[in-house]
Structure formats: structure tokens, C-alpha cells
Design a binder for this molecule. Structure first.
Ligand SMILES: [Zn+2]
Length: 398
């Protein structure tokens, strides 16, 4: 059903030969100048995607991506995602402030509607913790409506703001007891098909406080909620795993095995935390995430799949010293041993202001529909990029 890049190249060569036979016959390279001069250049990538994968590195601003390459490879521009052809700068602020939290940041990306910090996929009429705004429809909900398979995977609590914005709506990101059960009471389709995340203990507490629990939800919706990836039987094609922690590498590959059998295509979101409060941990997370992304790219067909990488907001990290061949994080071990809780961390070559920051974050893309990612834009544009890749229109009411 899908065409490989080789097939596309072959058909291009055939077209070239048919259109300009004299040039083609005389040229060792039939795709060179004569064809380009007489024919409009073919699109570098197909405009339509069957599948979209959104990789969300939470808090990975441009400087974090740079530093991750320096930590992982000792040189800039060595991450896999830094080889992708399409790049834009995505502006992340909420409607009323300069700096975003994860709730507004992710809600804006997946629903195309900016809102207020703390609010999960409701419009800006919401008052955090007090009043609901209208729910804003996420790409996952559109995908469910269109009969695709959907999946959300995260290193963090599956009820935390970033994953929650994809499958739930709430006026307060802290209300895990009302957020998590929404995975089982979808507004469209049969709801999120694959849910792999962490946070089991704290979600369990909040479910109890809300008068329910993992067992009650499992029984009410006839859907087991496993505590470990390894516990999922091979026959379960819509698995839910909420663990104490989540191996996102294993989870993503397991999800892909299921998603790639979806007859209508799929929508997958993978979140990996990249806050650099602990700079070594945060940067290593980006390096590991990048390796996973390279592995995923090797398993998909870019002629029918869009891969998108971005962050929900930036973070106050700067590399302001250091030399090639030297140690980027000199002084880290002493800082770690000190147990310091200071907001500003001053290492030899790196300064970390341990808070979210307002500048734009990178959006990187490859595959079908990727060339719509370019220039500066509000993060809500990424919703349009995903919708246009699928060929879907936003509901008129939104
Ligand atoms: Zn975040």
C-alpha cells in the first residue's frame, strides 16, 4: 500500500525519461539539470501522512539540545534529530503570561488552542482549580474519531500535565483523580488505545481520594491496568500500563509493534523528561531519547509517516564555557554532593537557572508533511502541521 523512497525515485526517473527523452538518453544522470529546468521540482516529501509520531522532550530548549550533543558526543550537531531537514522555532507562551508550564504548552501543541498555565486542554475561559473552560479537541481525539490507533507513552506520571493534555480535559493539572479516569471515558472513538507511563503510587492515592482505584476502573471498563510492561499478555492489543517507573525505550518499541498493524494508521506521542534541574540527568535523557528516535525512524516508512520533535517550553540552561575534548559538566559531582537546592547552579562551563523560560523552542520534522515546519510560529501551528499531514480539517465549532 505504501511506496518506498526507492519506488518514488524509480518513478521519478521513469517520468524524467518520458518527458525529456533526448536529454535523458544523452545524460549519465537523467535527474540532473534538463529535468529540473522544464518540470516543477517534485515535493521533497509527500504532503499526506498515514501516521504521525510526536516526540516531546519536556523542557528541552535549543540550548538543552546543543548541550546534550556536547555531553553525549563531545561536539555540537551530533544528535540524530539535528540531521532532520525541517526546522522551525515554536513560541510556547500561555494567553496571559510570557512563560509556559507543561499544561498550557502541551495543550497548545495537541489542540491548537493556547490556554492558561495549569489548564489541561480547555480553552482560556478556564480558571485554574475553579472554573472549567470549553474542552479543546486534541489530535488524539481527532485520530480516534477517524478510526486510527492511538498511544501515549511517557517517562513521567501518565496523569501529569504533558501526557494528560493529550487524552484528558481539566481546569487543574493537579487533579489526577479526575484526569486519569478520562482515559477510559473517551469523547471520541474507543479512547486512547495504548497508555504506558509511570506515577502508579501517586495516581493510586488520588484515585482513592476520588472514590475509585485501579481495580475499580479495570473492572468497570473491562480493561486491565498493569503495573509492569512485562505483565502485558501478547493477546492484549490495547494495553494500559501504569508503573512506578516506565522504560520508554521498551515501551515505544512494544507500542510500535501494535500500532504498525493498525489498518487506518496511528497517532503516537512519546514524552521523555528533559528538565535540567539535575543537568547531567536531563541532558542524558535527551541523548537517550535521541537514540530512541533514530531507532523508531528505522522502523517507519517516511513516505507515509510524519516524525515531529519539539518541547512544551524551554528551560534556563546555558553553556558559557568549555573546550572540545574537555568535560562539559566539570564541577557537577561536587554540586551534586553538596545537596544544594539553590535556584541557580553555577558549574565551570554551564549555568542553570532552574526554571522554565520563555524563548522559542525548536520544532524538528522529517517525513510526510514535514516541510510545513519552518520559520517562527506559535506552538499551536504544530497542531495544524499534524492535522494537515493527516488531511483533516479542524471542527467548525472550535
Ligand atoms: Zn514541561
Amino acid at each position: 500500500m505504501t511506496r518506498t523512497l526507492n519506488q518514488l525515485a524509480a518513478s521519478l526517473l521513469l517520468t524524467a525519461a518520458l518527458i525529456v527523452p533526448t536529454h535523458a538518453q544523452n545524460s549519465a544522470d537523467p535527474v540532473s539539470a534538463p529535468v529540473a529546468a522544464t518540470q516543477p521540482a517534485p515535493a521533497a516529501t509527500p504532503a499526506r501522512a498515514r501516521n504521525v509520531i510526536l516526540f516531546l522532550a519536556d523542557a528541552a530548549g535549543v540550548s538543552t539540545i546543543n548541550a546534550a550533543s556536547l555531553l553525549g558526543y563531545g561536539e555540537p550537531l551530533k544528535l540524530h534529530i539535528q540531521q532532520w531537514p525541517h526546522l522551525g522555532l515554536s513560541e510556547t507562551s500561555p494567553v496571559d503570561k510570557f512563560v509556559s508550564d507543561s499544561a498550557n504548552g502541551m495543550s497548545s501543541i495537541v489542540t491548537g488552542v493556547k490556554t492558561r498555565n495549569g489548564v489541561i486542554s480547555q480553552n482560556a475561559d478556564a480558571v485554574r482549580g475553579q472554573r472549567d473552560g470549553a474542552p479543546t479537541k486534541s489530535v488524539l481525539e481527532y485520530a480516534e474519531e477517524h478510526g486510527l490507533m492511538t498511544a501515549v507513552i511517557t517517562t513521567q506520571s501518565i496523569a501529569d500535565a504533558t501526557p494528560a493534555a493529550i487524552y484528558a480535559h481539566s481546569n487543574d493539572r493537579g487533579k489526577w483523580g479526575e484526569i486519569f479516569p478520562q482515559a477510559f471515558t473517551p469523547r471520541f472513538g474507543d479512547g486512547v488505545d495504548i497508555l504506558f507511563g509511570a506515577g502508579r503510587a501517586k495516581i493510586g492515592e488520588q484515585l482513592t481520594a476520588a472514590g475509585t482505584g485501579f481495580d475499580q476502573l479495570s473492572q468497570a471498563h473491562n480493561r486491565p491496568i498493569y503495573a509492569d510492561l512485562a505483565a502485558v499478555p501478547a493477546t492484549n492489543t490495547r494495553p494500559v500500563v501504569v508503573g512506578d517507573r516506565m522504560d520508554v525505550h521498551a515501551a515505544t518499541l512494544k507500542a510500535l509493534d501494535l500500532l504498525q498493524q493498525a489498518p487506518e494508521g496511528y497517532f503516537l506521542v512519546v514524552e521523555w523528561d528533559a528538565h535540567t534541574d539535575d543537568v547531567r540527568k536531563g541532558l542524558q535523557n535527551v541523548v537517550d531519547f535521541d537514540r530512541l528516535i533514530a531507532e523508531v525512524q528505522g522502523r517507519v516508512d517516511l513516505t507515509d509517516t510524519l516524525l515531529l520533535f519539539t518541547a512544551d517550553h524551554s528551560f534556563g540552561l546555558q553553556v558559557d564555557g568549555g573546550a572540545r575534548g574537555g568535560e562539559l559538566l566539570a564541577g557537577y559531582d561536587a554540586w551534586k554532593a553538596s545537596g544544594s537546592k539553590d535556584d541557580v547552579v553555577r558549574l565551570e562551563n554551564v549555568m542553570i537557572n532552574r526554571t522554565h523560560t520563555g524563548e522559542e523552542v525548536a520544532a524538528l520534522a522529517i517525513g510526510a508533511g514535514a516541510d510545513r515546519v519552518r520559520g517562527y510560529f506559535p506552538n499551536t501551528h504544530l497542531f495544524d502541521v499534524m492535522m494537515q499531514a493527516y488531511g483533516w480539517d479542524r471542527d467548525a465549532a472550535e
